[in-house]
Design a protein around this ligand. Structure first.
Ligand code: HEC
Ligand code: HEC
Ligand code: HEC
Ligand code: HEC
Ligand code: HEC
Length: 197
């Protein structure tokens, strides 16, 4: 092999590595829009310092439906006046509690409109722990940015199999295949219309 050919091969390989690397890093930026959550909320602080339990904020209503993300009324009782001295709390009070403005939380797990997911069946009847599906979200000290698929408008957690999620257990997002896999393992018979409306 002469020197010119070897040089050509090296250049080709280098070019390929750059293209691959660029794609690996750049692709998620190209297809997902990232935005921070409105408030610097910490699940850990509320468990440790306020002794709050999950269902103090994420309760089931009397009709069995799940209240989901709590409204400002759940926070205002404790935060009408500052409980600590953190900037995060000061900002929260100034921007939301005092003007009585609801934070526009983004839900990582939110499914498309055509999906029916009842928490009651899973949490109460199925006795499945929150962590099985949500990972450690409910114990974290910070809220990660919300990533939205630019084309579908859906949360990254439920949409597209990210290269970075391959092989990870559930709790790092939930796609149709995750629902169907668990139902199959539990021996549940289901038709498309059980989950789709
Ligand atoms: C003091 C109120 C409060 C308590 C107590 C609380 N949470 Fe939350 N939780 C929130 C708020 C506010 C959000 C909205 C942040 C967001 O958009 O993810 C949230 C979001 C979540 C989410 C993300 C849902 C999504 O789709 O984005 C999960 C999962 C969750 N909480 C689980 C838990 C678990 C598990 C516990 C108990 C260990 C718990 N939470 C206790 C207030 C609370
Ligand atoms: C049961 C009382 C209670 C409720 C209800 C409550 N908080 Fe808190 N919150 C606390 C305490 C206690 C702290 C810690 C204060 C300190 O020592 O700095 C705190 C801290 C915070 C902070 C500062 C974050 C940090 O990392 O310290 C923010 C922001 C906050 N809360 C937002 C919220 C929001 C949003 C809700 C409603 C979804 C809420 N809180 C509901 C008691 C409460
Ligand atoms: C079997 C899986 C599973 C379990 C178990 C589960 N969740 Fe969820 N959770 C989901 C799915 C799927 C969604 C999206 C629902 C939708 O879009 O209709 C969701 C949404 C949420 C949301 C956001 C709701 C909203 O308004 O967008 C919160 C908060 C939440 N779950 C908290 C919890 C808590 C707290 C527990 C434990 C008590 C729990 N989840 C147990 C799968 C699960
Ligand atoms: C970790 C396991 C698991 C996952 C993940 C899971 N499910 Fe289920 N699901 C169950 C079990 C167990 C039941 C039966 C509960 C019972 O009635 O005893 C169930 C029941 C249901 C039912 C029937 C509810 C009723 O009222 O009869 C629907 C609808 C459903 N799941 C939708 C979903 C959807 C949509 C997803 C994904 C977003 C999902 N499930 C993910 C375990 C799971
Ligand atoms: C156990 C629950 C479950 C069952 C059963 C199920 N799906 Fe789904 N499906 C989902 C969830 C959750 C999503 C959204 C997340 C995703 O796209 O992975 C979805 C997404 C879809 C989408 C894309 C929807 C969109 O808005 O882009 C199609 C199409 C679809 N399902 C068709 C079907 C068909 C056809 C069947 C029957 C063979 C079926 N599904 C059975 C849970 C289910």
């Amino acid at each position: 092999m002469n020197a010119v050919k070897i040089r050509g091969k090296i250049l080709f390989l280098a070019g390929m590595l750059i293209a691959l690397g660029g794609g690996w890093v750049g692709f998620p930026h190209a297809i997902y829009r990232s935005r921070p959550q409105p408030v610097d909320f910490s699940h850990q602080v509320h468990a440790d310092k306020a002794g709050a339990k999950c269902d103090d904020c994420h309760a089931f209503r009397a009709d069995g439906t799940f209240a989901g993300i709590p409204g400002l009324d759940k926070c205002a009782g404790c935060h009408a006046a500052p409980m600590g001295a953190t900037a995060a709390e000061k900002n929260f009070i100034e921007q939301y509690v005092t003007p009585n403005r609801e934070p526009e939380w983004a839900s990582y797990a939110r499914q498309p409109e055509n999906v029916y997911f009842p928490h009651l069946a899973h949490v109460k009847r199925g006795q499945i722990a929150c962590e099985t599906c949500h990972g450690d979200e409910g114990a974290a000290n910070t809220l990660r940015p919300y990533q939205q698929d630019r084309i579908s408008g859906y949360s990254r957690d439920i949409w597209k199999i990210g290269a970075t999620r391959a092989g990870k257990p559930m709790g790092h997002g939930m796609k149709m295949a995750d629902c169907v896999d668990c139902h199959r393992r539990q021996g549940l018979a289901h038709s498309c219309l059980d989950c789709h409306k």
